[in-house]
Design a protein around this ligand. Structure first.
Ligand code: ADP
Ligand code: MG
Length: 215
């Protein structure tokens, strides 16, 4: 009988590769969303940033925390728009939270993403409901933590997190933007989905394709 392997950890290099591919595949859509309430560069920004991240971390044998820090630094240096520093800070903080752990398992993933979210909020001061990436990332973390606490396996928990991120992104449609470029539009930002929340859901969904046995 074949041994079954259970995926209990996230491979950071696989996550960055999957995120990069998914962001590139969604680039036109992200740009379209950003053209409606921003300056139309979000798809290009995210694609450029994550392409550089993959080049930086691919083949790396470093522990996951160090890889996340490198990914974050790369985003900060390669992306000019708001999303570069925001996602860059998120991944750097996530990496610091993981520390020298050998594997990024469920509990550390919750800690890492929570630290990343705290970094985003510290830098950008967005609250839930301000129509930003926080509206996708915050519910994703809540769903991930809740699923793991209920004893769900990591793949199911990560799936629940991605569902929550997508629902969070859709929920930005009726919101009025209070942070970032879209806030300049005031009430005219209502009726459009936030590009950063949308790409955040794409990146969280990519986690589900980056799961490996912890070893
Ligand atoms: P820019 O707005 O500089 O052109 P991008 O288009 O790459 O940058 O990213 C826009 C996204 O960044 C928004 O859709 C929003 O989700 C996110 N964002 C902007 N400002 C903030 C903030 N202060 N806090 C959290 N997220 C923000
Ligand atoms: Mg933009």
């Amino acid at each position: 009988m074949e041994a079954t392997t259970v995926a209990t950890a996230v491979s950071v290099t696989a996550w960055m590769r999957e995120a990069s591919a998914a962001v590139a595949a969604e680039a036109d859509h992200l740009t379209q969303l950003d053209s409606a309430i921003g300056d139309g560069d979000h798809g290009v920004n995210m694609t450029r940033g994550f392409t550089a991240v993959v080049e930086a971390v691919d083949g790396s044998e470093e522990p996951p925390g160090k890889q996340l820090i490198l990914a974050g630094k790369t985003l900060v240096s390669k992306v000019g728009g708001a999303s570069g520093p925001l996602w860059g800070t998120a991944l750097r903080r996530a990496g610091r939270a993981v520390g020298s752990a050998e594997a990024l398992e469920g509990a550390q993933l919750v800690e890492a993403l929570s630290a990343g979210l705290a970094g985003v909020v510290e830098l950008g001061a967005a609250e839930p409901g301000d129509k930003t990436m926080v509206d996708a990332l915050a519910p994703a973390i809540l769903a991930l933590r809740a699923a793991l606490e209920e004893g769900a396996p990591l793949d199911a928990a990560v799936g629940a997190a991605a569902d929550a991120a997508e629902a969070g992104a859709r929920a930005t449609v009726p919101m009025q933007a209070r942070k970032g470029r879209a806030s300049y539009l005031g009430e005219r930002s209502v009726g459009h989905q936030d590009p950063g929340a949308t790409s955040t859901a794409v990146i969280v969904r990519a986690l589900g394709r980056a799961l490996v046995p912890a070893g």
